[in-house]
Design a protein around this ligand. Structure first.
Ligand code: AMP
Ligand code: MG
Length: 351
C-alpha cells in the first residue's frame, strides 16, 4: 500500500481538502494517522469491526488490547455508552476536550473488536484542531491508539509515524510536533469509585480536585503480576523497551549525577557504549557517554514533550546501555516516571 504523507496547516484551503479526503478514507474503512495534543493516533472507524481489525494488523497489536474511541463533541458520547456516571460527567465537563480518557459501560453500538471483547468502552475528546475537525468530518467515533508499531515508543512527530507505518496505512496527516508528548490519562468511571489506570497530563491531583476520591489501580504500583488480570488490558503487555538496557537512577540530584558517571566510566572501561539521559540543568555534568537532554527538570512539560523522541534516538544510536535521571512521582512527573519505569523494565537504582 502506498502511504500518503500530507502536511496540514490550520485554516488553509488545501488542508481542508486533505481533511475531507482523510474523513472519506475513515468512512470507507481505511486507516489515517493524525496528530492529537498527546501523541499521534492511528485512526479507524470505531464502529466498523473490519476497520478496527486493520488497526491491530497495522500495529502488530494483540487483539485483546482495546482501543480508545475519539469524539469531537459531547453529544457523540451518549450513543457509545449505556450509562454516564456522575463522576464521569463532572470529569468530562472539567477536562474535555483534553488529555483524559474515561472508561464507561458500553452500548450495543460499539463492537467487541474495538473494546477487545470488554463490556466497557474507552472514550476521549481530543483538544486538537486537526483531530477534532477530522472526527467531525468523518461523522463517526474514531478508534485511535498511538500510531507506532506495538512495542515502539509512541510517535510525537509525523516522521516517527512514517518510520513505523509507511506502507501499512492509507494516509498520515502531518500537523507538526504534538504538544504534550505522553498518552492520555485513563480513568475507569464504570465502577463505584473512579480508578486511575494510566497517569497522564490530567494529573491525579487534578482528577481528585474534581471527582473527590480517585483510587489507583494496583497494577500501576509496580511490575505487573502475570497472574493478575489488569483492568487496562494494555498493562499486561511488555511495554516499549529500548534496544539497549535502560536503568533509572533515583535520589538527590548530585548523588544521581555521581552514580551515573561512576557507572558510565565502569561500563566504558569494559568496552560498552553508554548513553545518558540528563536534563537541561545537569547537561554540563556528564563527561562520559552519548548524552541527550530530555528537557528542563524545573518545567516537567518539556520532559514529557521530548521523552519518546529521545528514547527513539537512543534506538538509532546503538548504545549498549542507557542510564537515566529520575523525576518526581507528583503531578506530570507521575506520567513521566510511569513511561520511563516501564521502558526500563522496572530496573531502578536508589542512591
Ligand atoms: P493506546 O491507545 O495505545 O494509548 O492504549 C490504550 C490503552 O487504553 C490501553 O492500555 C488499553 O488497555 C486501555 N483501554 C482501552 N479500552 C479500555 C477499556 N474498555 N477498559 C480498560 N482499559 C481500556
Ligand atoms: Mg500505545
Amino acid at each position: 500500500m502506498e502511504t500518503r504523507l500530507i502536511r496540514i496547516e490550520e485554516g488553509d484551503r488545501k488542508s481542508e481538502g486533505a481533511l475531507r479526503e482523510a474523513a472519506r478514507i475513515l468512512r470507507a474503512g481505511g486507516l489515517v494517522a493524525f496528530p492529537t495534543e498527546t501523541v499521534y493516533g492511528l485512526g479507524a472507524n470505531a464502529l466498523d469491526e473490519e476497520a478496527a481489525k486493520k488497526i491491530y494488523a497495522a500495529k502488530g497489536r494483540p487483539s485483546d488490547n482495546p482501543l480508545i474511541a475519539h469524539i469531537s463533541s459531547f453529544e457523540e458520547l451518549e450513543p457509545l455508552v449505556s450509562e454516564i456516571p456522575e463522576e464521569g460527567r463532572r470529569l468530562a465537563e472539567a477536562f474535555w476536550p483534553g488529555p483524559l480518557t474515561m472508561i464507561f459501560p458500553k452500548s450495543s453500538l460499539v463492537p467487541g473488536t474495538t473494546t477487545g471483547g470488554l463490556g466497557t468502552v474507552a472514550v476521549r475528546m481530543p483538544d486538537h484542531a486537526i483531530a477534532s475537525r477530522l472526527i467531525a468530518l468523518a461523522g463517526v467515533p474514531v478508534a485511535a491508539p498511538s500510531a507506532n508499531l506495538s512495542g515502539r515508543p509512541s510517535p510525537t512527530a509525523a516522521r516517527h509515524v512514517w518510520q513505523d507505518m509507511e506502507g501499512r496505512i492509507e494516509m498520515i496527516l502531518d500537523g507538526g510536533p504534538v504538544g504534550i508528548g505522553v498518552e492520555s490519562t485513563i480513568v475507569d468511571v464504570s465502577g463505584e469509585c473512579p480508578v486511575l489506570l494510566r497517569p497522564g497530563a490530567v494529573t491525579l491531583e487534578m482528577l481528585r480536585s474534581v471527582a473527590g476520591a480517585v483510587e489507583i489501580d494496583p497494577a500501576l504500583a509496580g511490575r505487573p503480576d502475570p497472574e493478575i488480570r489488569p483492568k487496562a488490558p494494555g498493562m499486561k503487555y511488555r511495554h516499549y523497551a529500548p534496544k539497549a538496557e535502560l536503568i533509572l537512577v533515583e535520589g538527590r540530584t548530585e548523588a544521581v549525577v555521581e552514580e551515573i558517571n561512576r557507572l558510565a566510566r565502569e561500563q566504558t572501561a569494559r568496552g560498552r557504549r553508554v548513553g545518558v539521559i540528563c536534563t537541561e540543568e545537569t547537561k554540563g555534568c556528564y563527561p562520559v557517554g552519548a548524552l541527550r537532554s530530555v528537557g528542563k527538570r524545573s518545567q516537567e512539560e518539556t520532559v514529557a514533550h521530548n521523552l519518546f523522541a529521545v528514547l527513539r534516538e537512543f534506538d538509532d544510536l546503538q548504545v549498549d546501555c542507557i542510564y537515566s535521571e529520575s523525576f518526581s512521582q507528583e503531578h506530570l512527573g507521575y506520567a513521566i516516571m510511569n513511561r520511563l519505569t516501564k521502558a526500563a523494565g522496572y530496573r531502578v537504582i536508589h542512591v
